[in-house]
Design a protein around this ligand. Structure first.
Ligand code: KG4
Ligand code: ZN
Length: 330
């Protein structure tokens, strides 16, 4: 079965072809980073207009690299939410029109679910049930995944997403958008100089909170000499704080779930320090932990095509009749 995946939920246009037998055949990605950089964050209207421009050439390239034609496709999977409404509408309209013309089925995919399932694409033996930790620019959540399509939310953020803590800290210190990779880069020169509060560390639940941390960082930065060394010191303490929060919440999740498998995904899971801390914790508890390869941590079309394949196999195709969902809880 050949599945085309289309991702346009935010500032990345992704088009990929996944083959049920051979795996991923092509994965084309256009990042709008340059377009948004001068504004310090994603401008929704610019993002949707750019998706319109990029989709056709990316589709052509994805088919070429996969060595197949439109007629060979068996299913067209597209992100229908959560995300920026205008961006989602571009992908949805493109995918559904294509499916209509080709007389092929299409399916709406939940972006969060696709992130969570991404590690299954590279680890065919990995299976349900597992505890999922999704850490991205828009979401921070822990859930128990019992089977495909059956997820139980264990905890989520009460305010900012973890990726926002990285992006806003970087912006505050004058670093380029998106902040996560910049923070990781400069944290390498950071000293163990600050001691930020660990939000909610006294609570034995799975909720997160990052807005107090953000305020603390604003005060720290304003009171400092604002040098490169301070930037690095703040960045490294932000990474340590974020990793501590994730480990403590995961510990709470595992104490209630008794699972021996954890999947971590979403853009922030590309962070090597966070990967290392979560891996160390899980190995100390004899729990298996899986991350996507770094290229599949942030938004991409491959995870959408792959999720489409799993949904088709499980008879869970989803027809939203052209609607998209800016918010779409799992
Ligand atoms: O999954 P994603 O591409 O988009 C959403 O679904 O939100 O995640 C983007 C987020 C951004 O906040 C970005 O700064 C963060 O992931 N990110 C990172 C790293 N790479 C991307 N955060 C920390 N370290 C990184 N290396
Ligand atoms: Zn995402």
């Amino acid at each position: 079965m050949l599945v085309l995946g289309i991702e346009t939920s935010c500032d990345e246009t992704g088009v990929a072809v996944y083959d049920s037998k051979k795996g991923l055949l092509s994965n084309e990605l256009y990042s709008q980073i340059k377009l948004h950089q001068e504004h310090g964050g994603v401008v929704p209207e610019l993002a949707s207009r750019d998706h319109v421009k990029r989709l056709s050439p990316l589709l052509e390239q994805a088919l070429k690299n996969a060595d197949c034609s439109l007629e060979d496709l068996d299913l067209i999977a597209y992100t229908a939410g959560p995300g920026l409404k205008g961006c989602l509408l571009v992908g949805s309209t493109f995918a559904r029109s294509l499916a209509y013309i080709l007389e092929k089925p299409s399916t709406a995919i939940n972006h969060i679910e696709a992130h969570l399932l991404a590690p299954l694409m590279e680890n065919p033996n990995l299976d349900f049930p597992f505890v999922g930790l999704l850490i991205s620019g828009g979401h921070t959540m822990l859930l128990s995944a019992n089977e495909l399509g059956t997820y139980n939310l264990l905890g989520t953020t009460l305010d900012d997403a973890i990726g926002e803590a990285f992006d806003k800290t970087a912006k505050l210190m004058g670093l380029e958008y998106p902040g996560g990779p910049q923070i990781e880069r400069i944290a390498k020169n950071g000293r163990d100089h600050y001691n930020f509060p660990r939000p909610l560390s006294d609570k034995k639940n799975c909720d997160f909170s990052f807005s107090g941390l953000k305020t603390h960082i604003v005060h720290t930065w304003k009171a400092s000499e604002q040098s490169e060394q301070v930037q690095s010191d703040i960045a490294s303490e932000l990474q340590r704080t974020a990793a501590d929060c994730l480990v403590s919440r995961l510990e709470n999740a595992l104490s209630s779930q008794k699972s021996d498998t954890v999947i971590v995904s979403g853009g922030v899971s590309a962070n090597s320090f966070i990967r290392q801390k979560l891996t160390e914790y899980c190995s100390s508890k004899d729990v298996n932990i899986f991350f996507p390869s770094k290229e599949f941590c942030t938004d991409n079309g491959a995870m959408i095509a792959h999720a489409g394949y799993l949904k088709k196999q499980a008879n869970q195709l989803c027809d939203l009749q052209g609607e998209v969902k800016a918010r779409w809880p799992l």
